[in-house]
Design a protein around this ligand. Structure first.
Ligand SMILES: O=C(O)COP(=O)(O)O
Ligand SMILES: [Mg+2]
Length: 226
């Protein structure tokens, strides 16, 4: 029986889903229109985590072209339909995702999804993997508040859930996740296997897990004492 926390906020890409192959494919299709790329999978993985617009900017920079704001608007506008047509072709759940979400739901722990991913992608992927019912609260990349690593998306999710930061935990895979949780004064679990550009041990997490099947056991150790 999970007695702490009252709520768990989850990152999406690299934490619950392994979306890198589809993002990689769409990114290389976009670059190919300008005769650029292809970029390697590890290179694209390292660009994921701060939203798709940022990824497009990074991809063009890595392929040798820096974009001004108007060009970035145009390229992002082209990326949306490319990725929308490839949201779930190669994407898979990360190991332990279903196990962790089922255990939390069983013990009535509230859950929210907090992702920099744009909104068009979120619902379809949740639906595809039959995950929508776990997340009554979703704060996505177009929620109108600053993206992670700022704490605002986490504050918005907590407010919608009616839970205090001290009663909640954030689970993610990246430096942006770590910094947002720390800025929001929330306990932080980081999970290996995602898209972090920095070693997870260096990011100040309360716990680093090999995969999400270890989450339930970790919660007992993270519960405030007394
Ligand atoms: O779209 C992205 O960059 C990924 O976002 P997430 O890791 O916050 O889910
Ligand atoms: Mg992530």
């Amino acid at each position: 029986m999970i007695s702490w926390p009252k709520a768990v906020l989850f990152d999406f890409d690299g934490t619950l889903i392994d979306s890198a192959l589809d993002i990689h494919a769409a990114t290389n299709m976009l670059l190919a229109r300008d005769g650029l790329g292809p970029l390697s999978l590890p290179d694209v993985k390292a660009m994921i985590g701060e939203g798709t617009r940022k990824l497009v900017e990074r991809a063009f920079a890595a392929a040798g072209r820096s974009l001004d704001d108007a060009e970035l608007d145009d390229k992002y506008g082209q990326m949306v339909p490319l990725y929308a047509a490839n949201l779930t072709k190669l994407t898979q759940l990360m190991p332990g995702t279903t196990e962790a979400l089922t255990a939390l739901q069983r013990d009535k722990v509230a859950m929210a999804l907090v992702t920099n991913k744009p909104d068009f992608a979120i619902a379809e992927i949740l639906e595809h993997f039959d995950l929508a019912n776990y997340f009554p609260v979703i704060v996505g990349g177009e929620s109108g508040v600053p993206h992670k690593p700022a704490p605002d998306m986490l504050y918005l999710a907590l407010e919608k859930l009616g839970v205090e930061a001290g009663d909640a935990l954030f689970v993610g895979d990246s430096p942006a996740d770590a910094r947002s949780a720390q800025a929001a004064n929330m306990k932080l679990v980081l999970v290996e296997g995602g898209y972090s550009r920095e070693p997870l041990e260096s990011l100040g997490a309360d716990v680093v897990l090999q995969d999400l099947s270890e989450l339930e056991a970790a919660l007992a150790r993270l519960a405030p004492k007394g």
